[in-house]
Design a protein around this ligand. Structure first.
Ligand code: UT7
Length: 364
């Protein structure tokens, strides 16, 4: 599949050359969540909420939290190692980590992850596009491969929202979980199964304040005034974000479908960012897709940020829900605001290990 189409952004530019014959092809996949399971009942014991409210409003039953001392890179390494194993390789010449919860604000998390995976001297950098980070990461990996800068890229979406969400904030503490998902992409042809392409990416910075961590960046550090502990916590204007998520994900998915010259009915599996089951169902309905084509694991892991799409893919692939040759549409939405979509046809992958037990028993 060709990647980004040429868009006439500047009419005075010379006509762009045709897309190259190199594409990023999916060849490895894995997910990993920390063993500590936090159920709705457990949250209901310390917050003014209930299992019934959480299930009805979000579709979430449980999520996994990192242990004290466990950081995003620890989850990323687990998922990355398993993805390399699934690809049957120990090598990658670039490592990308999409995350909102890097180990530190400087340096990036990816170089440490690369080193811990034995990928010494690989190019390594983070992507910061909140819950759209994995799709932005796919586009970046596809670009590196298409340009001949890299032959094999390890892309990891990893987040530990439990480290930034206020545990007393009932609106957010019930939604987010920790996890990591990873894919390996190799250089291949645009027409082979697993080739990723037809990207739609976008942003709208007027929505900056809808999802944010107010403190910790240059804006706060360069601005005189008190910083309260709350400013270091994640905040989200849920209702507004909900509205934008449904509209933007549906529009972005439609754009990617149009670029590929597909109708919604040509899609076998729709894998949206796992924000909230009601959001996923609304987007699928808007696209005219029956609910059974919408892949969701939000019940078992909650919203895991940049990890959510690869974790949902790993879960579905490990249960053979997605079969070789089927067409898959990925769509994400997140803080920024940011959104993005892309398409791929499912490749032959070796058996993917289950990232967690769907019944809530910690995976070994
Ligand atoms: O990953 C990035 C993208 N993120 C998303 O897309 C998330 C988008 N937003 C959402 O998923 C939903 O807006 C939430 C799950 C956050 C909230 O669901 P909602 O149906 O939009 O509820 P609401 O915010 O309208 O709140 C309804 C009521 C309020 O009470 P009043 O004002 O009606 O008295 C809230 O205070 O529910 C209350 N409430 C809760 N009640 C019990 C809010 N959180 C809770 C809670 N338990 N945990």
């Amino acid at each position: 599949m060709p990647s980004m189409p040429a868009r006439p952004l500047n009419p005075y530019d010379p006509p762009p050359p045709a897309p190259q014959e190199r594409s990023a092809v999916l060849c490895g996949l894995a997910g990993w969540v920390p063993p500590h399971v936090v159920t709705n009942e457990e949250l209901s014991r310390r917050l003014d909420t209930s299992d019934d409210w959480i299930r009805t409003r979000t579709g979430i039953s449980r999520r996994h939290f990192a242990e004290p001392g466990q950081a995003t890179s620890d989850l990323a390494v687990e998922a990355g190692r398993r993805a390399l194993l699934s690809a049957g390789t120990e090598a990658a010449d670039a490592v990308i980590v999409a995350t909102t919860t890097p180990d530190r604000s400087c340096p990036a998390t990816a170089p440490l992850v690369a080193t811990r995976l034995g990928l010494t001297e690989a190019a390594a950098f983070d992507i910061s596009a909140v819950c759209t980070g994995f799709v932005y990461g796919l586009a970046s990996a596809a670009g590196l491969i298409a340009a001949g800068v890299a032959e094999r890229v390890l892309l990891i979406g990893a987040d530990t929202y439990s480290t930034i969400v206020d545990p007393q904030d009932r609106a957010n503490a019930i939604i987010f979980g920790d996890g990591a998902g990873a894919v390996v992409l190799r250089a291949g042809r645009p027409d082979e199964p697993g080739a990723v392409g037809h990207f739609d990416l976008g942003s709208d910075g007027t929505g900056e304040e809808l999802i944010m961590v107010a403190a910790g960046g240059s804006r706060q550090r360069s601005t005189p005034g008190d910083v309260g502990p709350q400013d270091h916590h994640f905040s989200m204007q849920g209702k507004e974000v909900y509205r934008h998520a449904v509209t933007r994900m549906a529009a972005s998915a439609r754009t990617a479908l149009a670029l590929a010259d597909y109708k919604a009915d040509d899609i076998d599996h729709f894998v949206p960012h796992q924000a909230n089951l009601r959001i996923l169902r609304s987007v699928a309905e808007d696209l005219g897709l029956p609910p059974e084509r919408c892949v969701s694991n939000v019940e078992s892991v909650g919203n895991t940020g940049a990890a959510s799409i690869p974790l949902a893919l790993a879960d579905a692939a490990s249960h053979q829900t997605i079969q070789q040759g089927e067409r898959v549409l990925l769509t994400a939405f997140g803080g920024g605001l940011t959104w993005g979509s892309c398409l791929l046809s499912w490749p032959a992958l070796s058996q993917i290990s289950r990232p967690y037990d769907r019944g809530g028993v910690p995976a070994s």
